[in-house]
Unconditional design. Structure first.
Length: 89
C-alpha cells in the first residue's frame, strides 16, 4: 500500500508516494487520488502514450501558488536570457 501526498505542478495536483519523495529518485511516479497508478487509470492506449506517468522532482511544490510562482520565475529567466543573447549577437 502506498502512502500518497498531494503535490502540485504548473498543470495542477498530482499524488506522489511519500517513499519516493523521501528517497533520491528524480522521476517520481504519479498516482490517482485512489492510489491507482496514473498510467493504469487512463482509458485508452493513445491517452497513456500521450501523457506522462511521472513527474520530475524539481517541478513539484506544496501548493499551486508556489508552482505558478516557480513557473513565472523560470519563464522570466528564459526571456531575460534570450534578450541578453540577442543583444550580444
Amino acid at each position: 500500500m502506498v502512502n500518497l501526498v498531494k503535490c502540485y505542478t504548473i498543470n495542477g495536483a498530482v499524488y506522489i508516494d511519500t517513499e519516493q519523495l523521501n528517497g533520491s529518485i528524480t522521476n517520481l511516479t504519479i498516482y490517482t487520488c485512489h492510489g491507482t497508478l496514473f498510467s493504469d487509470a487512463e482509458k485508452s492506449e493513445g491517452a497513456r502514450t500521450r501523457g506522462k506517468s511521472w513527474v520530475h522532482r524539481d517541478t513539484i511544490f506544496a501548493s499551486q501558488d508556489l508552482a505558478e510562482q516557480n513557473y513565472n520565475r523560470v519563464l522570466l529567466a528564459i526571456q531575460n536570457g534570450s534578450r541578453r543573447y540577442e543583444d550580444t549577437h
